[in-house]
Design a protein around this ligand. Sequence first.
Ligand SMILES: [Mn+2]
Length: 354
Amino acid sequence: MTATEALQAFLPDEQTAALVTSGVNRRYLSGFESSAGAVLVTKKRSILLLDFRYYEAASKRVQPPMEVVRFTRLIDDLNSIFLKENIKSVYIEDESVSVAKLHEFETAMIPQLLTDGLSQKLSEIRLIKTPDEVEKIITAQRITERAYNEVLNFLKPGVTERKIAVELEHLIKLYGGERIAFDLICITGANTSLPHGVPGERVVREGDFFTFDIGSVYEGYHSDMTRTVAVGSATDEMRMIYETVLEAHQKAQRAIIAGNTAADVDIAARDHIESCGYGEYFGHSTGHGVGLEIHEAPAVYKTCHTVLQDNMVITDEPGIYLPDKFGVRIEDMFLVRGDQPLDLAEIEKELVII
Ligand SMILES: [Mn+2]
Protein backbone atom coordinates (compact mmCIF):
# COMPACT_ATOMS: atom_id res chain seq x y z
CA MET A 1 0.00 0.00 0.00
CA THR A 2 1.36 3.42 -0.90
CA ALA A 3 1.33 6.26 1.64
CA THR A 4 -1.56 7.89 -0.23
CA GLU A 5 -3.55 4.65 -0.18
CA ALA A 6 -2.93 4.35 3.56
CA LEU A 7 -4.28 7.87 4.01
CA GLN A 8 -7.30 7.06 1.83
CA ALA A 9 -8.00 4.03 4.04
CA PHE A 10 -8.01 6.37 7.04
CA LEU A 11 -10.78 8.53 5.53
CA PRO A 12 -14.16 7.33 6.82
CA ASP A 13 -16.19 8.06 3.68
CA GLU A 14 -16.25 9.72 0.26
CA GLN A 15 -17.38 13.05 1.69
CA THR A 16 -14.29 13.42 3.86
CA ALA A 17 -10.87 14.60 2.64
CA ALA A 18 -7.41 15.18 4.15
CA LEU A 19 -5.63 18.45 3.51
CA VAL A 20 -1.87 18.14 3.95
CA THR A 21 -0.07 21.48 4.15
CA SER A 22 3.20 20.87 6.04
CA GLY A 23 6.29 20.83 3.83
CA VAL A 24 7.53 17.50 5.10
CA ASN A 25 4.26 15.65 4.60
CA ARG A 26 3.59 17.25 1.21
CA ARG A 27 6.98 15.98 0.16
CA TYR A 28 6.35 12.58 1.70
CA LEU A 29 3.11 12.03 -0.20
CA SER A 30 4.08 13.59 -3.53
CA GLY A 31 7.85 13.08 -3.67
CA PHE A 32 8.07 16.75 -4.69
CA GLU A 33 9.64 19.46 -2.56
CA SER A 34 8.26 23.00 -2.65
CA SER A 35 8.12 25.97 -0.32
CA ALA A 36 4.33 26.23 -0.57
CA GLY A 37 1.34 24.23 -1.69
CA ALA A 38 -0.96 21.48 -0.48
CA VAL A 39 -1.85 17.85 -1.05
CA LEU A 40 -5.54 17.06 -1.00
CA VAL A 41 -6.51 13.42 -0.62
CA THR A 42 -10.04 12.11 -1.04
CA LYS A 43 -11.19 8.47 -1.16
CA LYS A 44 -10.67 8.46 -4.93
CA ARG A 45 -8.24 11.24 -5.80
CA SER A 46 -4.94 12.68 -4.67
CA ILE A 47 -4.08 16.16 -5.87
CA LEU A 48 -0.90 18.19 -5.46
CA LEU A 49 -1.75 21.89 -5.62
CA LEU A 50 1.17 24.16 -6.48
CA ASP A 51 1.65 27.71 -7.65
CA PHE A 52 3.19 28.94 -10.90
CA ARG A 53 6.78 28.55 -9.65
CA TYR A 54 6.57 24.79 -9.22
CA TYR A 55 3.79 23.68 -11.55
CA GLU A 56 5.85 22.82 -14.61
CA ALA A 57 8.56 20.90 -12.74
CA ALA A 58 5.97 19.00 -10.73
CA SER A 59 3.86 18.05 -13.75
CA LYS A 60 6.92 16.31 -15.19
CA ARG A 61 8.07 14.65 -11.99
CA VAL A 62 5.04 13.68 -9.93
CA GLN A 63 3.80 10.17 -10.62
CA PRO A 64 0.17 9.25 -11.29
CA PRO A 65 -2.30 8.62 -9.79
CA MET A 66 -1.39 11.88 -8.03
CA GLU A 67 -2.66 14.80 -10.10
CA VAL A 68 -0.87 18.14 -10.26
CA VAL A 69 -3.03 21.27 -10.25
CA ARG A 70 -1.92 24.88 -10.47
CA PHE A 71 -3.64 27.21 -8.05
CA THR A 72 -3.97 30.96 -8.02
CA ARG A 73 -5.51 31.38 -4.58
CA LEU A 74 -5.24 28.15 -2.64
CA ILE A 75 -8.43 28.31 -0.56
CA ASP A 76 -10.57 29.27 -3.58
CA ASP A 77 -9.17 26.46 -5.68
CA LEU A 78 -9.65 24.02 -2.81
CA ASN A 79 -13.24 25.14 -2.38
CA SER A 80 -13.93 24.43 -6.07
CA ILE A 81 -12.66 20.89 -5.60
CA PHE A 82 -14.66 20.47 -2.39
CA LEU A 83 -17.84 21.49 -4.20
CA LYS A 84 -17.15 19.31 -7.22
CA GLU A 85 -16.32 16.27 -5.10
CA ASN A 86 -19.09 16.92 -2.59
CA ILE A 87 -16.63 17.06 0.35
CA LYS A 88 -18.42 17.91 3.61
CA SER A 89 -15.53 17.65 6.06
CA VAL A 90 -11.77 17.94 5.81
CA TYR A 91 -9.00 16.85 8.12
CA ILE A 92 -6.22 19.38 8.61
CA GLU A 93 -2.81 18.78 10.16
CA ASP A 94 -3.52 19.64 13.78
CA GLU A 95 0.14 19.58 14.82
CA SER A 96 1.45 21.98 12.16
CA VAL A 97 -1.33 24.36 11.07
CA SER A 98 -0.77 27.71 12.78
CA VAL A 99 -3.53 29.44 14.74
CA ALA A 100 -3.63 32.16 12.08
CA LYS A 101 -4.05 29.56 9.29
CA LEU A 102 -6.73 27.80 11.30
CA HIS A 103 -8.71 31.03 11.56
CA GLU A 104 -8.31 31.60 7.83
CA PHE A 105 -9.49 28.04 7.08
CA GLU A 106 -12.45 28.41 9.48
CA THR A 107 -13.52 31.63 7.84
CA ALA A 108 -13.05 30.72 4.19
CA MET A 109 -13.19 26.97 3.75
CA ILE A 110 -16.54 25.41 2.88
CA PRO A 111 -16.31 21.95 4.57
CA GLN A 112 -16.28 21.40 8.28
CA LEU A 113 -12.75 21.18 9.70
CA LEU A 114 -11.61 18.03 11.51
CA THR A 115 -8.76 19.02 13.80
CA ASP A 116 -7.87 15.74 15.44
CA GLY A 117 -6.09 12.71 14.05
CA LEU A 118 -4.43 13.59 10.74
CA SER A 119 -0.99 14.50 12.11
CA GLN A 120 -0.94 11.33 14.17
CA LYS A 121 -2.02 9.21 11.19
CA LEU A 122 0.70 10.64 8.92
CA SER A 123 3.29 10.08 11.60
CA GLU A 124 2.14 6.45 11.87
CA ILE A 125 2.29 5.92 8.12
CA ARG A 126 5.81 7.38 8.05
CA LEU A 127 7.00 4.92 10.72
CA ILE A 128 7.44 2.16 8.14
CA LYS A 129 10.11 2.97 5.57
CA THR A 130 10.03 1.73 1.98
CA PRO A 131 13.21 0.17 0.55
CA ASP A 132 13.79 3.43 -1.34
CA GLU A 133 13.61 5.47 1.86
CA VAL A 134 16.00 3.09 3.63
CA GLU A 135 18.45 3.40 0.72
CA LYS A 136 18.42 7.18 1.06
CA ILE A 137 19.01 7.02 4.81
CA ILE A 138 21.93 4.64 4.23
CA THR A 139 23.37 6.92 1.55
CA ALA A 140 23.18 9.86 3.95
CA GLN A 141 24.96 7.74 6.55
CA ARG A 142 27.74 6.72 4.11
CA ILE A 143 28.32 10.38 3.26
CA THR A 144 28.68 11.16 6.97
CA GLU A 145 31.05 8.23 7.45
CA ARG A 146 33.31 9.29 4.60
CA ALA A 147 33.51 12.81 6.02
CA TYR A 148 34.04 11.48 9.55
CA ASN A 149 36.90 9.17 8.57
CA GLU A 150 38.62 12.06 6.83
CA VAL A 151 38.09 14.61 9.58
CA LEU A 152 39.74 12.31 12.12
CA ASN A 153 43.00 13.28 10.42
CA PHE A 154 42.49 16.84 11.70
CA LEU A 155 41.76 15.74 15.26
CA LYS A 156 44.82 16.45 17.38
CA PRO A 157 45.79 18.60 20.36
CA GLY A 158 45.54 22.31 19.56
CA VAL A 159 42.66 22.16 17.09
CA THR A 160 39.36 23.85 18.01
CA GLU A 161 35.93 22.28 18.11
CA ARG A 162 34.84 24.86 15.56
CA LYS A 163 37.55 23.82 13.07
CA ILE A 164 36.43 20.18 13.28
CA ALA A 165 32.73 21.10 12.89
CA VAL A 166 33.40 23.36 9.89
CA GLU A 167 35.61 20.76 8.17
CA LEU A 168 32.95 18.10 8.67
CA GLU A 169 30.21 20.27 7.22
CA HIS A 170 32.40 21.09 4.24
CA LEU A 171 33.21 17.41 3.63
CA ILE A 172 29.58 16.32 4.02
CA LYS A 173 28.56 18.75 1.30
CA LEU A 174 31.58 17.85 -0.84
CA TYR A 175 30.67 14.16 -0.71
CA GLY A 176 27.07 14.68 -1.81
CA GLY A 177 25.09 15.64 1.26
CA GLU A 178 22.50 18.28 0.37
CA ARG A 179 23.02 19.72 3.84
CA ILE A 180 23.92 18.73 7.39
CA ALA A 181 21.09 16.98 9.21
CA PHE A 182 21.28 19.32 12.25
CA ASP A 183 23.84 21.64 13.80
CA LEU A 184 26.75 19.23 14.14
CA ILE A 185 27.85 18.52 17.69
CA CYS A 186 31.65 18.47 17.82
CA ILE A 187 32.77 19.00 21.40
CA THR A 188 35.76 18.14 23.54
CA GLY A 189 37.01 17.88 27.11
CA ALA A 190 34.55 18.94 29.82
CA ASN A 191 32.14 20.12 27.09
CA THR A 192 31.41 16.46 26.30
CA SER A 193 29.26 16.36 29.46
CA LEU A 194 26.77 18.63 27.61
CA PRO A 195 24.57 16.27 25.54
CA HIS A 196 23.81 19.06 23.05
CA GLY A 197 26.93 21.18 23.41
CA VAL A 198 27.72 23.73 20.70
CA PRO A 199 31.16 23.70 19.00
CA GLY A 200 33.19 26.75 19.92
CA GLU A 201 36.74 27.92 20.54
CA ARG A 202 37.61 25.17 22.99
CA VAL A 203 40.87 23.51 22.03
CA VAL A 204 41.49 19.75 22.00
CA ARG A 205 43.99 18.62 24.61
CA GLU A 206 45.87 15.36 25.07
CA GLY A 207 43.74 12.99 27.15
CA ASP A 208 40.40 14.57 26.14
CA PHE A 209 37.32 12.84 24.92
CA PHE A 210 35.90 14.25 21.68
CA THR A 211 32.23 13.67 20.86
CA PHE A 212 30.86 13.77 17.32
CA ASP A 213 27.07 13.75 16.92
CA ILE A 214 26.76 14.16 13.20
CA GLY A 215 24.49 13.54 10.23
CA SER A 216 23.77 14.37 6.60
CA VAL A 217 20.70 14.77 4.43
CA TYR A 218 20.43 12.92 1.13
CA GLU A 219 17.34 13.49 -1.04
CA GLY A 220 15.47 14.71 2.02
CA TYR A 221 16.43 11.77 4.24
CA HIS A 222 18.51 12.19 7.38
CA SER A 223 21.23 10.16 9.06
CA ASP A 224 22.36 10.30 12.68
CA MET A 225 25.48 8.90 14.36
CA THR A 226 27.44 9.66 17.52
CA ARG A 227 30.98 8.58 18.30
CA THR A 228 33.13 9.50 21.28
CA VAL A 229 36.88 9.11 20.76
CA ALA A 230 39.84 9.77 23.05
CA VAL A 231 42.72 11.97 21.97
CA GLY A 232 46.16 10.53 22.84
CA SER A 233 45.15 8.58 25.93
CA ALA A 234 42.23 7.70 28.21
CA THR A 235 42.10 7.27 31.99
CA ASP A 236 40.68 4.14 33.62
CA GLU A 237 37.55 6.10 34.52
CA MET A 238 37.07 7.22 30.92
CA ARG A 239 37.45 3.61 29.73
CA MET A 240 35.05 2.33 32.37
CA ILE A 241 32.35 4.86 31.48
CA TYR A 242 32.88 4.17 27.78
CA GLU A 243 32.43 0.42 28.32
CA THR A 244 29.27 1.01 30.37
CA VAL A 245 27.73 3.12 27.59
CA LEU A 246 28.79 0.61 24.93
CA GLU A 247 27.18 -2.24 26.87
CA ALA A 248 23.99 -0.18 27.27
CA HIS A 249 24.02 0.51 23.52
CA GLN A 250 24.44 -3.21 22.79
CA LYS A 251 21.71 -4.22 25.24
CA ALA A 252 19.33 -1.77 23.57
CA GLN A 253 20.40 -3.13 20.17
CA ARG A 254 19.45 -6.67 21.25
CA ALA A 255 16.00 -5.36 22.25
CA ILE A 256 15.35 -3.95 18.75
CA ILE A 257 13.09 -6.84 17.81
CA ALA A 258 9.87 -6.63 15.82
CA GLY A 259 7.07 -7.10 18.36
CA ASN A 260 8.94 -5.39 21.20
CA THR A 261 7.93 -1.85 22.07
CA ALA A 262 10.10 1.27 21.80
CA ALA A 263 9.93 1.31 25.61
CA ASP A 264 11.60 -2.13 25.75
CA VAL A 265 14.61 -0.69 23.89
CA ASP A 266 14.87 2.30 26.21
CA ILE A 267 14.52 0.18 29.32
CA ALA A 268 17.25 -2.23 28.15
CA ALA A 269 19.77 0.63 27.97
CA ARG A 270 18.46 2.48 31.03
CA ASP A 271 18.42 -0.57 33.31
CA HIS A 272 22.04 -1.28 32.48
CA ILE A 273 23.19 2.29 33.16
CA GLU A 274 21.14 2.41 36.38
CA SER A 275 22.51 -0.94 37.57
CA CYS A 276 26.03 0.49 37.14
CA GLY A 277 25.08 3.47 39.33
CA TYR A 278 24.93 6.16 36.63
CA GLY A 279 21.16 6.45 36.14
CA GLU A 280 21.06 10.11 37.14
CA TYR A 281 23.67 10.90 34.48
CA PHE A 282 21.55 9.54 31.61
CA GLY A 283 18.82 12.15 31.32
CA HIS A 284 17.56 11.74 27.77
CA SER A 285 15.69 9.09 25.82
CA THR A 286 17.57 6.20 24.24
CA GLY A 287 16.59 7.13 20.71
CA HIS A 288 14.10 8.26 18.09
CA GLY A 289 12.86 7.50 14.61
CA VAL A 290 14.76 8.98 11.64
CA GLY A 291 13.54 9.76 8.12
CA LEU A 292 12.42 12.93 6.37
CA GLU A 293 12.94 14.53 9.78
CA ILE A 294 15.91 13.98 12.05
CA HIS A 295 13.59 13.30 14.98
CA GLU A 296 10.37 11.52 14.16
CA ALA A 297 8.23 8.80 15.67
CA PRO A 298 8.70 6.65 17.58
CA ALA A 299 10.28 8.17 20.66
CA VAL A 300 12.51 5.43 22.02
CA TYR A 301 11.59 6.11 25.63
CA LYS A 302 10.09 4.18 28.50
CA THR A 303 6.69 5.84 28.08
CA CYS A 304 6.39 5.07 24.32
CA HIS A 305 4.49 1.85 23.69
CA THR A 306 4.72 1.88 19.89
CA VAL A 307 5.30 -1.69 18.76
CA LEU A 308 8.39 -2.08 16.61
CA GLN A 309 7.74 -3.44 13.13
CA ASP A 310 9.98 -4.43 10.26
CA ASN A 311 11.35 -1.48 8.26
CA MET A 312 11.18 1.12 11.00
CA VAL A 313 14.45 3.05 11.47
CA ILE A 314 15.33 4.09 15.01
CA THR A 315 18.44 5.29 16.79
CA ASP A 316 20.05 3.69 19.82
CA GLU A 317 22.03 6.39 21.66
CA PRO A 318 22.51 6.00 25.39
CA GLY A 319 25.01 8.24 27.15
CA ILE A 320 26.53 9.06 30.51
CA TYR A 321 27.39 12.69 31.28
CA LEU A 322 29.50 13.53 34.34
CA PRO A 323 29.14 17.31 34.93
CA ASP A 324 32.35 19.31 34.52
CA LYS A 325 34.25 16.12 33.76
CA PHE A 326 33.30 14.38 30.53
CA GLY A 327 30.51 12.53 28.77
CA VAL A 328 30.19 9.57 26.44
CA ARG A 329 27.45 8.82 23.91
CA ILE A 330 27.41 6.12 21.25
CA GLU A 331 24.71 6.22 18.58
CA ASP A 332 23.76 4.28 15.50
CA MET A 333 20.59 3.97 13.45
CA PHE A 334 19.05 0.51 13.20
CA LEU A 335 16.62 -0.92 10.67
CA VAL A 336 14.10 -3.15 12.43
CA ARG A 337 14.25 -6.57 10.80
CA GLY A 338 12.68 -9.49 12.68
CA ASP A 339 14.78 -10.34 15.72
CA GLN A 340 18.07 -9.09 14.19
CA PRO A 341 18.19 -5.36 13.46
CA LEU A 342 20.51 -4.05 10.76
CA ASP A 343 23.07 -1.55 12.04
CA LEU A 344 23.10 1.17 9.37
CA ALA A 345 26.57 2.41 10.37
CA GLU A 346 29.89 0.92 9.36
CA ILE A 347 32.10 2.74 11.89
CA GLU A 348 33.57 0.71 14.74
CA LYS A 349 32.20 1.22 18.22
CA GLU A 350 35.09 0.04 20.40
CA LEU A 351 36.95 2.91 22.07
CA VAL A 352 39.29 4.54 19.55
CA ILE A 353 42.31 6.47 20.76
CA ILE A 354 43.42 8.91 18.11
MN1 LIG B 1 20.05 11.06 17.47
